[in-house]
Design a binder for this molecule. Structure first.
Ligand code: HGY
Ligand code: MN
Ligand code: MN
Length: 416
């Protein structure tokens, strides 16, 4: 590739303004975002992204999972595209940048190529994956997971939210079931730019995370069955207390994760009590354990320990215990050649950088099973994410987008 000119950088204000215009759709109550997957706000965000991309000369394809593919043509019609993507859906109390930064940095990359009149041999496809978060419908990375053949579309369409609505019905309701066969597209390479969602880059004062690996994950959904009874008149020895069993399991998960330090996490973010009445002992408790680690051995060992010890806890309390894996991916190693291009781009641009393992799951974890894939990260304030106070600087956002631009161009090959 000809030595990139100093002007080969994105337009910081245009990227920043796009992010904050998108944040006006599905706003949270505390300055962040609540644009959950396949809601009316998701549909509005998709429409805005589609408009911006078509204004930039791109054409849209949508598959039957609602994954959006916005194509900037290359000069070689036979060359497989370089994909650049992430997600526009958010947590219910999410930040403005999780996912959105990567999708809109892809758009900004194309806008910059248009400004500079640069053509590439490979087409470039900017992607918005459906339901990356897995908040409303488990599991996470559902759209990219079906695309990668990890889940069937029937499984995905049947997933229900806490109100009992099915994913497939909701995708149809918002009018975003596309006509492309999901997974039919082939990729030359995939890049995902994302906030770190952890404290390392800021603590180390690095502008760029060169992501070499992604943690593996299990989401274990426990359903504990107790006996509904009066919290006041039922003697302690007569209780079949599913709530107590849940508490002991949560404490045990913490202990298992701490035994596996360094490099392991475990916790619970969601639980439901039934009947959820102040003076009724719960008959049913449903909660999801989220465990993660870059080590395959640790991941399998932690799952086995947690399931065995949960069964023992429940047996001692006479509580029924069922567990279902509702989310999983093995630890991921990203493509060393693409990782090297990201690192070289940071060096060429003079940005401080360090290798890092992604703590969060991303669509890149699934595309890595299909094509050479890698990620770029920028710091976030106090490492905070999945919180409306999630925050990054314009400078951080810009640096990562500049690196994305250079690494993608190195891969898509500038023509002329
Ligand atoms: O759970 C995750 O790591 C991602 O935010 N969906
Ligand atoms: Mn994300
Ligand atoms: Mn997220």
């Amino acid at each position: 590739m000809p030595a990139p000119g100093e002007n080969l950088r994105i337009n910081p204000d245009r990227l920043w303004d796009s992010i904050h215009e998108m944040a006006e759709i599905g706003p949270g109550i505390a300055g962040g975002s609540n644009r959950q997957t396949v809601t009316d706000d998701d549909a509005k965000g998709r429409a805005l992204f589609q408009k911006w991309c078509e204004d930039a000369g791109m054409s849209m394809g949508v598959d039957t999972m609602g994954n959006m593919f916005m194509t900037r043509p290359g000069t070689d019609p036979d060359a497989l595209p370089v994909y650049v993507g992430s997600h526009l859906d958010t947590q219910p109390t999410g930040g403005r940048y999780d996912g959105v930064l990567g999708v809109l940095a892809g758009l900004e990359l194309v806008r910059t190529l248009n400004d500079l009149g640069i053509e590439t041999r490979h087409p470039i496809v900017v992607t918005n994956w459906t339901n990356e978060e897995g908040a409303r419908f488990a599991p996470a990375m559902l759209g990219s997971g079906v695309f990668a053949g990890m889940h069937t579309q029937d499984y995905a369409y049947a997933r229900t939210d806490p109100e009992g609505k099915a994913f497939g019905d909701e995708l149809k309701r918002i009018g975003w079931v596309g006509d492309e066969e999901v997974g039919a597209r082939k990729m030359h390479a995939y890049f995902e730019y994302h906030i770190e969602q952890g404290p390392i880059l800021e603590a180390e004062d690095k502008q760029i995370g060169v992501v070499t690996h992604g943690q593996g994950l299990w989401w274990l959904e426990f359903t504990l069955t107790g006996k509904e009874a009066h919290t006041g008149s039922t003697p302690m020895h007569m209780r079949v207390n599913a709530g107590l069993a849940m508490s002991r399991i949560v404490e045990m998960v913490q202990a298992v994760a701490m035994e596996e330090q360094p490099g392991a996490v475990g916790g619970v973010g969601q639980m439901f009590f039934s009947p959820n009445s102040r003076n009724v002992l719960p008959g049913k408790v449903v909660f999801t354990v989220d465990i993660r680690t870059p080590s395959q051995d640790k991941l399998d060992r932690m799952r086995a320990k947690i399931e065995a010890e949960a069964a023992t806890i429940c047996e001692a309390l006479g509580v029924g215990c069922a567990v279902e894996a509702v989310g999983h991916f093995d630890p991921v190693t990203f493509d060393p050649e693409l990782v090297g291009r990201v690192r070289q781009a940071a060096v060429d641009l003079g940005y401080s950088h360090m290798d890092i393992i992604s703590g969060a799951g991303h669509d890149a974890c699934w595309t890595a099973r299909l094509a050479p894939s890698t990620m770029i990260m920028c710091p976030c304030v106090d490492g905070l994410s999945h919180n409306e106070a999630e925050d990054i600087s314009k400078e951080w956002a810009t640096a990562g987008a500049d690196v994305l631009l250079r690494a993608v161009l190195e891969t898509a090959e500038i023509v002329g």
